[in-house]
Design a binder for this molecule. Sequence first.
Ligand code: GLV
Length: 321
Amino acid sequence: MEARAIVVTRRLPGVPFDALASRFRAGDPPPDGTMAREELLRRARGASGILCTLPDRVDGDLMNAAGSALEVISIFAVGVNNIDVAEATRRGIRVCNTPDVLTDATADLGFALLLAAARKLPEAERHIREGRWTGWDPWGFLGVPVAGKTLGIVGMGKIGAAVARRSRGFSMRVLYNGRRRLPPATEAELGAAFRDLDALLAESDFVVLCVPLNPETRGLISRERLARMRRTAVLVNISRGEVVAEEALAEALAEGRIFGAGIDVYEKEPRVHPALLAAKSTALSPHIGSATRDAREAMGRLAAENLVAVLEGREPPCPVN
Ligand code: GLV
C-alpha cells in the first residue's frame, strides 16, 4: 500500500522531518520561510495530515483542496485562530496544537516586556548604542515602579497563571479577568482576585493580555477600554495583535494617556504601526513569545506526535477538537 501523504508547511525546530518522511509521503518544505498559499493548496491535494504553523491559513478552501483523505491538522503553535476549527470539526478532521511546552517561555517574555517598558529599557539602550550618553543623569529615563504594584491579567489560562506566579517575586497584587472565574482554591494559589474587565483596567498598573484570539476577544481592548487605563499604566500584549485596537493604542501612547506598552504581537504582522515604532516607553518584540530553543524544539516534537497519533488511530496528546 502506498504511504499516505502529509504536508509540512515549513522547516520547524524539533519536527523530526526525516522520521516523518520515512513513514509518509512528505515533500520537502520550502528551504526557508513559509509555503506560499498556492503551493500549499496544490501540495495539500490528497494529504491525510497537514503540519502547519503561523501564518498558514487553514480554512474550508484548503480542506476542500486536501479532500476526504484529510484526518488531522497539527499546528506548531498554541493559538489556533488561523485554523477554521469549526469547519474542521464539521468534517471530522482533528485539530491539535502545542500548549504547555511554551508556557514558561511566553510568560518570561511577558514579564521581560513589562519590565522593559516600565524602565524605558529600549530607549535607554538606543541612547547608549547611539553614543548619546554623556553621563549619569538624575533626570534621565524615569520609569514607573513595578514592585508592590497591581498587575491585571486578562486571560487567566496557563500562560496568564505563569505570569501571575512570576509577579510574586515583585510582591504584586494580582487581578484577573477571563471567560470564567477560577475555582476559589486556584484563585488562592495564584493570589489573584477576579474583576470585570473595566474594573481591572481602571485598577491595574500593568495589564498583561494572555487571551486566545476568538470572536469574543477580537478588539477586546478597544479605544474605550484603553481610555479606562491609568495614565501611569503599561499594557503588555503577548496574545494576538487583533485583541487590541492598535491604532487607538498608538494614539494613547503618543498622547501620553498611558505610560507605555510591551508588545510582541501586531494586528497585521509583520507590519508594525508606525506610531508604535515611534512610541516612548514601549518595548517591541517580533512575535517571539515561545522563542527559546527548548520551547520551540518541544513544540516541534509535540506537533509531530499529534500528527502521527491521529494518523495511527490514537488519541493525540493535545487535541483542540
Ligand atoms: C504563537 O504565537 C503561538 O500561538 O504558539
